[in-house]
Structure formats: structure tokens, C-alpha cells
Design a protein around this ligand. Structure first.
Ligand code: ADP
Ligand code: ADP
Length: 226
């Protein structure tokens, strides 16, 4: 089974905008996949549908074989989402934020504490566990978003423009962190509008333009064509 399988996915917003015009794509387990495209291409809409934040108009989406239409709860359990905007409560501590997230997914208190230590250490945030999130640097806030998304141990991590507006040094640091996660077995999909970012990180790439997937290939094949 694929980590992600999308067939003929269409989205027409209430406003009449045809954001997705029939997307087909598959992402294999263990892959590091980039969805690349300019602003307005349909990347966020695609991510929104996979994570069930946006309703699709038609088409099929399966996450590790679980169909969003028939097995929504199981599908959602497989996915960790790192949205573009910081959306944690800035007045909660780092540890509260990750522990609460585990609670939403029904993780036991005991496991939540274990995982909190594991993922905060891995994100280099363990020393900051009792600090309120608002006090963290931008890079730490981004790592907190990732640590939080890992608390229910999803098999697929999806990041929406993870390094938008991030300076080059911090971007490199995030790239290393994501590479390590992928090497440890997490399938990763990220959206980006930097080809460079896709090139640095990803094995396979889909290029989306005006709601259509115009390319879906290995990074190596794409680079050979350019
Ligand atoms: P849906 O078809 O998923 O119900 P809607 O078209 O009703 O979505 O829009 C959802 C919300 O997004 C509305 O509040 C709408 O005003 C807002 N919205 C409309 N156009 C855009 C846009 N181009 N980008 C972002 N948000 C938009
Ligand atoms: P990207 O993430 O690649 O920038 P989006 O998926 O946000 O692209 O947008 C795809 C198209 O759908 C754009 O034309 C955008 O204006 C439109 N759009 C996005 N969200 C909404 C919404 N909530 N309501 C109406 N139109 C939207």
C-alpha cells in the first residue's frame, strides 16, 4: 500500500474557483516527497483535503490504504500536520502544548510523557519544556510545531511551506532535522515554492500548476531535464 494515493481529485470552492482539476498522485511509504508550485497553484488545497480540513468536490484519497470517505478516523491517525502558521497557544508551556496534543489523539498519559521527552529532546527543546511558547525563537517555534505533530506517532508527516520566510541558516537546520526524521522511517510530504528546497531534501516531486499536476517524477529525473 502507498502512504498516499490520490485519484482524480477535484475541488471547486463555493466562490466558483476551480482549485484542483483532477489530480492523480501516489507517494510510497518512506518517501520524501515535494509538492512544488507557485502561489495559488493548489498546494494548500491538496494538503487541506488530505488532512480533512477542506472538503473535496470529488475524487479518492487514501492514506496508508485508509479511504478518507470510509475510514476517516484511521486515516487521520496516520497523519501529522505542520501548518504554515504558528497555531499553538503562546501562553502554554512547550510541554503542555505537546502533551495536550497527545491527549486529542487518545494517547495515554504515561505514553504522552514518554513521547514528550523523546520528541522534545529530538527537537532540541527539552531544556525549554517549562518555557511559555511565546518566549521561543522562531526556529524553536517551528521545531515545536513538528514535535507536536509527532506526538501521536503518525506514519506520514505533512508540512505546508515549512521554511517560508525562514532565513537561510535556520532553513539548513530544519532541512537536517527533516532528513533525520525521514531516515528514521517517517514518510514526509512538504509543499514548497522553492525548487532548491525540494532539490536539497526530496526523492520525488510533483509539480502543480493551476490545479493540475504537470509533473510527477523523481528529483533526479527532473534535474536531468532542466
Ligand atoms: P468551501 O467550498 O470549502 O465551503 P468556501 O468557498 O465556502 O469553501 O470558502 C471558505 C472560506 O474561505 C470563506 O470564508 C471564503 O470567504 C474564504 N475564501 C474565499 N476565497 C478565498 C481565497 N481565494 N483564498 C483564501 N480564502 C478564501
Ligand atoms: P497554493 O497553496 O498553491 O498557494 P491554494 O490551494 O491556496 O494554492 O489555492 C488554489 C486556488 O484556490 C487559488 O486560486 C486560491 O485563491 C483558491 N482558494 C484557496 N482557498 C480558497 C477558499 N477557501 N475559498 C475560495 N478559494 C480559495
Amino acid at each position: 500500500t502507498y502512504a498516499l494515493e490520490i485519484n482524480d481529485l477535484k475541488k471547486i470552492y463555493g466562490s466558483g474557483v476551480e482549485a484542483l482539476k483532477g489530480i492523480d498522485l501516489t507517494v510510497e511509504e518512506g518517501d520524501f516527497y515535494a509538492l512544488l508550485g507557485p502561489n495559488g497553484a493548489g498546494k494548500s488545497t491538496t494538503i487541506g483535503i488530505i488532512t480533512s480540513l477542506v472538503n473535496k468536490t470529488s475524487g479518492k484519497v487514501k492514506v496508508f490504504g485508509y479511504d478518507l470517505d470510509n475510514d476517516l478516523v484511521l486515516a487521520k491517525q496516520q497523519i501529522g500536520l505542520v501548518p504554515q502558521e504558528f497555531n499553538f497557544n503562546p501562553f502554554e508551556t512547550v510541554e503542555q502544548i505537546v502533551i495536550n496534543q497527545a491527549g486529542y489523539y487518545g494517547v495515554s498519559k504515561k505514553d504522552a510523557l514518554k513521547r514528550s521527552e523523546k520528541y522534545l529532546k529530538q527537537s532540541d527543546l527539552w531544556e525549554k519544556r517549562n518555557v511559555r511558547a511565546r518566549m521561543l525563537s522562531g526556529g524553536m517555534k517551528r521545531r515545536l510545531m513538528i514535535a507536536r505533530a509527532l506526538m501521536h506517532e503518525p506514519r506520514l508527516l505533512i508540512l505546508d511551506e515549512p521554511t517560508a520566510g525562514v532565513d537561510i541558516e535556520l532553513r539548513r537546520e530544519m532541512w537536517d532535522f527533516l532528513r533525520e526524521l525521514n531516515e528514521n522511517g517517517t514518510t514526509i510530504i512538504l509543499t514548497t515554492h522553492y525548487l532548491e528546497e525540494a532539490e536539497m531534501l526530496c526523492r520525488n516531486i510533483g509539480i502543480i500548476q493551476s490545479g493540475q499536476l504537470i509533473e510527477n517524477t523523481s528529483m533526479r529525473t527532473l534535474l536531468a531535464k532542466l
